[in-house]
Design a binder for this molecule. Sequence first.
Ligand SMILES: Nc1ncnc2c1ncn2[C@@H]1O[C@H](COP(=O)(O)OP(=O)(O)OP(=O)(O)O)[C@@H](O)[C@H]1O
Ligand SMILES: [Mg+2]
Length: 257
Amino acid sequence: MSTAKTPPVIVLSQLYKRFGLGDAEHCAIDGIDLTIKKGEFIAIMGPSGCGKTTLLNILGLLDSDIEGSYELNGVPVATMSRRRQARIRSKQIGFVFQSFNLVSRLTVIENVALPLTYKGLRKVQRLERASDMLKTFHLNEREYYYPHQLSGGQTQRVAIARALVNEPSIILADEPTGNLDSRASHIIMEELSDLHKRGNTIIMVTHNPRLTTYASRVITMIDGTIESDTQKKRRTKKAARKRPLSGKKKLSKKATT
Ligand SMILES: Nc1ncnc2c1ncn2[C@@H]1O[C@H](COP(=O)(O)OP(=O)(O)OP(=O)(O)O)[C@@H](O)[C@H]1O
Ligand SMILES: [Mg+2]
């Protein structure tokens, strides 16, 4: 997918993000140049505090208080109104947050259906789509639970179902398998991998080096800068069979709930 002709989705030039003022000023992103093409699957690694989440927030238009330039699909983000940014966020970007961010007073299915509110679909259609998405993650029996009734792994899978229900073309995932056992991680990584194969762009933060086998490119950050940036060969089905992320047992609904 990432040939020389593939258009860039994201172009960052001399990007800086500062927090605090005066003596307390801290540069969380310290001069990053980065081009991401449509269809890339990028894994971002690096020690805690190096700026991974800060970078994802900027890429996902959740933080536009930046210095330098960010062009999304050829348009400088600085020239976009807040309204336009919000529209792009809800239609094109799927966010899996490090801290879940489910709405506690809504049921699982309502949480997953939430991003569809802006699509002009009727409620019954929204719930149908949400229900289909939950099936993918073996969560259909939990549709009418509330977030506090779920385990950590289930909560994370609901958060991912919610991020993907809108069929976004850019998926930003902050440690999407951070809380999951290997079998549940496998379900999520296969789903992300499938989205990648369908031509979507995926940017995933992870602390787990094994998950980088799914990525087409691995970026390592340190102190707000890019330390290394490596293109990888695509993970073939054969490689996946040789080194599965799950244990020996076959995936079962029971095993993942
Ligand atoms: N809202 C904020 N106000 C002040 N400083 C912040 C804020 N958000 C992040 N930082 C600082 O910016 C730096 C980068 O934080 P960030 O959360 O991006 O790191 P990270 O690489 O995602 O770490 P982790 O692996 O622990 O999630 C850290 O030093 C952090 O303390
Ligand atoms: Mg983080």
